[in-house]
Design a protein around this ligand. Structure first.
Ligand code: 8YV
Length: 330
């Protein structure tokens, strides 16, 4: 008896070989071993006849792609953020979307803290100075920065990652934690995290170190621009590990140049991998290339969870972390 052909899927970017092996047990797997991000047209072409795709933040799944790929049933994002998915359009097209929550929470919170520390204590600026051979004497005020311990940590966006950062700040560094979020946390969680809910304005005005951990949406576009920065303390630092576009990078670069705030730490950028040229010329900013979730263990777990979603949905009609579960029930 002839073997039935396996359904075909695409893995849009290079992922770990063991994840591809797991997928190959169930599917014909088209891979992108060169790991060059596909253009929307290339993605559409590569998805012809495919029922599933593993994506990263670089691939958009929108109405145009869905219309051109009628066989598609699931797009599994290897990311917790899913602003590259048009979820209502996916639901309308009967395509399931999944993301990778939880597995990256602690790793990403660690990195958020690394950026808070590096920014407040001027880590990269001082390292550049040393590497450039400029260190020829010690001075009392040399690279004097701001304390992290005991200061006020402001968190904008209090989901899983925001809460993990709050825990580190309150319990590890004795910080006063204030936060703002679309919805206030339960009193029990606030008590456990020692976090106090404040208005957006109070958050901007009171934080010594402000970290952004909110999802990107039309509503959060340029949530931090010149007007918001103007409300912050001149000694404050700003860290963005959420998404490019939440901060107006041009306005931030100008504010850093004019020392309207002390410093910033950025892991995400508007239009990344391009970085606003003015950010590259100001010294008081720590810049990293979107690596907050990048430990080997966590990136493996993210890719595996995306693969498990595709396998579970296409073989058993269920998903582990669905974004639009109505598609499963339909
Ligand atoms: C991803 C991220 O690695 O999970 C997210 O939302 O920003 C990162 O952890 C990146 O988006 C690639 O998909």
């Amino acid at each position: 008896m002839a073997a039935t052909a396996k359904p075909a899927i695409l893995v849009a970017r290079a992922v770990f070989p063991e994840v591809i092996d797991a997928l190959r047990q169930h599917f014909e797997v088209d891979t992108n071993d060169d790991d060059v991000a596909l253009t929307p047209d290339e993605l559409t072409q590569r998805l012809q006849g495919k029922v599933g795709v593993l994506t990263t933040g670089s691939e958009r799944v929108d109405a145009a792609l869905l219309a051109a790929c009628p066989q598609l049933r699931i797009a599994a994002n290897i990311a917790v953020g899913f602003n590259n998915f048009d979820v209502p359009a996916m639901t309308a097209a009967g395509v399931l979307g999944t993301n990778t929550p939880d597995v990256l929470t602690e790793t990403t919170a660690d990195f958020g803290f690394a950026l808070i520390m590096a920014t407040a204590r001027r880590l990269t600026e001082s390292e550049h100075f040393l590497r450039a051979g400029q260190w020829n004497k010690w001075a009392l005020d040399m690279f004097a920065g701001a304390d992290v311990h005991g200061s006020t940590l402001g968190i904008l966006g209090m989901g899983r990652i925001g809460q993990a950062i709050a825990r580190r700040g309150a319990l590890g560094f004795g910080m006063k934690v204030i936060y703002h979020n679309r919805s206030r946390l339960d009193a029990g969680i606030e008590t456990e995290l020692r976090a106090r809910y404040v208005s957006r304005d109070q958050l901007l005005q009171q934080a010594d170190h402000l970290i952004l951990v909110l999802p990107y949406s039309a509503e959060s576009h340029h949530a931090i621009g010149a007007a918001e920065i103007a409300r912050m303390k001149p000694t404050a630092t700003l860290v963005n590990i959420a998404r490019g576009g939440i901060v107006d990078d041009a306005a931030l670069a100008a504010a850093l140049r004019d020392r309207r705030i002390a410093a910033a730490g950025l892991d995400v950028f508007e239009g990344e991998p391009k970085v606003h040229p003015d950010l590259l010329t100001v010294p008081n900013v720590v810049l990293t290339p979107h690596i907050a979730s990048a430990t080997l263990a966590t990136r493996r777990a993210m890719a595996q969870l995306a693969a498990d979603n595709v396998i579970a949905y296409l073989t058993e009609g269920r998903a582990l972390t669905p974004l639009n579960p109505d598609v499963i029930r339909a």
